[in-house]
Design a protein around this ligand. Structure first.
Ligand code: GDP
Ligand code: MG
Length: 218
């Protein structure tokens, strides 16, 4: 009984995800689904990306949180349009919520739509939102065992951002282990080591993003 209800929810989500996907293809918009634990630095990274690429990319953001619109406010302060979705307890965004947000955001006028999913490494990875690509973030203070504990989430990533590398000297974090563990579940993932606080390593992320959005010079 429970299994079939879950299947129904997932298949309804899948139908709506297909509509979102078709929308992004039709309008030539790159949609990224950002997934990570709370506090790993998604909002900080997205806001910095908006500021640093403001002359090159028109970015719109869909924010998912259980409560509050604080992240949408931070994104607007960085200079981009943002729509906040409050999930009221749900641990992930659904494709239907994203469908409604796309309309409110005038997503067809953007080069890139970034979805900041609800913070956790479990539920968001089970729900396709119709995105073109998933970006999974892991920050140094969370510990180096996360790729082996949440393999499914890392397996679905096109990009893995290892954030807060400025804290590496203060915290025990076996980078080699993390890189090897991600490679086991996802040999093709692009892995960038960054600090959204200092800016270190972000150039490689920006290069990837511009290229993926079809906006690079080369
Ligand atoms: N030291 C350091 N702190 C960071 C970095 N990126 C984000 N933070 C801090 O981590 C906290 C959580 O960041 P936030 O972007 O809200 O994380 P989110 O919950 O994933 O959106 C904030 O206090 C940020 O200032 C980083 O690269 N280095
Ligand atoms: Mg956030």
């Amino acid at each position: 009984m429970k299994v079939s209800l879950n299947q129904k929810i997932l298949s309804r989500n899948e139908e709506c995800a297909q509509k979102n996907k078709a929308f992004f293809v039709e309008h030539g918009v790159l949609c990224l689904n950002f997934i990570s634990s709370p506090g790993s630095g998604k909002t900080t990274t997205i806001a910095r990306t908006i500021r640093d690429l403001k002359d090159k990319l028109k970015i719109g953001v869909i924010e998912g949180d259980i409560k509050t619109d604080t992240d949408a406010q931070k994104i607007r302060a960085a200079g981009a349009d943002a729509i906040q979705i409050e999930t009221r307890g749900a641990c992930h965004l659904s494709a239907e919520q994203v469908y409604n947000a796309i309309k409110a955001l005038d997503a067809e006028t953007k080069d890139v739509v970034i979805i900041e999913n609800v913070g956790n490494l479990v539920c968001p990875s089970a729900f396709d939102l119709g995105e073109n690509s998933r970006v999974v973030m892991l920050s140094v203070p969370e510990g180096d065992d996360k790729p082996v504990k949440y393999p499914g989430t890392f397996a679905g990533a096109e990009v893995v951002l290892i954030n807060k590398i400025d804290l590496m000297e203060h915290i025990e974090f076996n980078l080699e282990r993390v890189l090897a563990d991600i490679r086991v579940v996802n040999p093709n993932a692009k892995i960038f080591q960054v600090s959204a606080a200092t800016g270190e390593g972000l150039d490689q992320w920006y290069e990837w993003l511009l290229k993926r959005a079809g906006r690079s010079d080369d």
